[in-house]
Design a protein around this ligand. Structure first.
Ligand code: DC
Length: 221
């Protein structure tokens, strides 16, 4: 079975997707980590972020994979390195390039082949797995998302104002929404799940209920 979880940054997708996959014993596909990995290697190899043909070549050849909860490029564990602010910035032009998105789409489909997966991103239900059995668009109000991110950053020792977190978030949301290919949008048949006021456990509970309703042998609603 394929479960897609799309939505804006800060909606709690990663936590929910990881927890749901662990609960079901399924694979977790963190597609943001895949775009981040391309950006990391592009910077290391001196590939210009404006050169979409070179980025696409790179994206088509990188062996990105997930092993035991780690993000791997070949045998290299890049889980930590892809989370820096520098990589977050560099990932935007990488994710904007349609030819990179085409390569990632292929790889994401290959990684999911023959497996039960929970896949998380922006375009998983709308573009990559339009046949997924369960599609969820996870969202939360801009205020709530900014507060969560601000708390996370404070926990990591980063001192920024709530206002600047919120401004950066608005800019990222807009970039994700207007991207010509792979724009963030709920699939027409996605369930919209608004997470304001819900704990992480409550979100996973709701997702698990949606999955249970779609499993073979489940009783009709
Ligand atoms: O979810 P994240 O912050 O790790 O995503 C990193 C970047 O990749 C962000 O700019 C959004 C983009 N992205 C995307 O365009 N499509 C996806 N399926 C996942 C992430």
């Amino acid at each position: 079975m394929i479960v897609t979880l799309d939505g804006p940054a800060g909606a709690g997708k990663s936590t929910a997707a990881r927890a749901l996959a662990a609960r079901m014993g399924w694979c977790y596909l963190d597609t943001g980590a895949m775009y981040r990995s391309v950006a990391l290697v592009a910077l290391e190899r001196g590939i210009s972020l404006d050169d979409s043909a070179a980025l696409a070549d790179l994206a088509g050849t990188l062996a990105i994979d997930f092993r035991a909860g780690r993000v791997m490029v070949g045998d290299r564990d890049v889980s930590g390195e892809i989370r820096t602010e520098r990589i977050t910035q560099a990932t935007r032009p990488v994710a904007d390039a349609p030819s990179v998105r085409a390569a990632m789409k292929q790889l994401q489909r290959r990684l999911a082949e023959g497996r039960d997966v929970v896949t998380e991103g922006r375009d998983q239900g709308s573009e990559v797995f339009p046949w997924a059995e369960v599609k969820v668009f996870l969202t939360a109000s801009a205020d709530e998302r900014a507060r969560r991110r601000h708390r996370e950053e404070a926990a990591r020792g980063v001192t920024t104002s709530l206002e600047s977190v919120r401004a950066a978030q608005a800019q990222r949301d807009e970039g994700d929404r207007v991207r010509p290919v792979g724009a963030m949008q709920p699939a027409a048949d996605a369930v919209i799940l608004e997470t304001d006021g819900l704990s992480a456990d409550e979100v996973v509970e709701r997702l698990a209920t949606l999955v249970a309703g779609k499993r073979p042998g489940a009783s009709p609603p």
